[in-house]
Design a protein around this ligand. Sequence first.
Ligand code: G
Ligand code: G
Ligand code: MN
Ligand code: NA
Length: 249
Amino acid sequence: NALELDLRIAIESGDLTLAYQPLVDAGTHALTGVEALVRWNRPGHGPVSPEVFIPIAETSGLIESLGLFVLRKACETAKQWPELNVSVNVSPGQFRNPAFTDYVRYVLKQTEIEASRITLEITEGYMIQNPQRTRQSIERLKGLGVKVALDDFGSGFSSIGYLRQFGFDRIKIDRSLVMGVNEDKRQREMLQATVALARSLDIPVTAEGIETEGQAVAMRLFGCDCLQGYLFGKPLAAERITEMLNELR
Ligand code: G
Ligand code: G
Ligand code: MN
Ligand code: NA
């Protein structure tokens, strides 16, 4: 179909861009990293959300080249920001590919980025279907020196058991949970317990979707060491991140 064809052309001609959303220290609110988020301005149509085109890339065999583009671009850009960690989303279709570790190794080498500054974010859906292979893939990726984070925790079927068994370096609490932290007592208690549990396994926790000071204070109090959300910054062009760093330097 037309959308798929346009997407194919966009990937081949490098017509996708990345936006970078600030990640801040929960205590000082200092910028510590960014999450890369892919953007596509479809000619003649305007911006298309990754929520729309990532699933299309998954079913049409484009996810590998799209993912490779995003990873390479994020690693190249990260070289300008030696003080920041850079997170990159990995979709199930990429993660499922047995060659995924090989191409991560290749991009790390090609871009000469320090592997420990890269975090790969994985959502839980795939893990539950293939726990054994997931564990192996995570181990191999960690062997390359990159960090691996569990994204969108609490949004679906994630079980506490996975946290321990898969060796994640970090978990990211889903925005849908964080939203209600100061409104609903039950949700607040569940969030608190979830963060405490991750902490008891020595896994650092990021809270996503922070939009108010109240949410920032609460999530810090519960033990999150890193915060992300519109309160600290929307996804921004790379140039804006560079400007922010220049003001701090
Ligand atoms: O950037 P935005 O908030 O519109 O992202 C919507 C969804 O698309 C989120 O779930 C986000 O994780 C996902 N997404 C954004 N960029 C990428 C990417 O480069 N790769 C993958 N696999 N998912 C992405
Ligand atoms: O699934 P993932 O966590 O990768 O999704 C990232 C998406 O969440 C991005 O599309 C980003 O635009 C969106 N996002 C980030 N912070 C906020 C926020 O504070 N509020 C809302 N509504 N969306 C956010
Ligand atoms: Mn993410
Ligand atoms: Na998320």
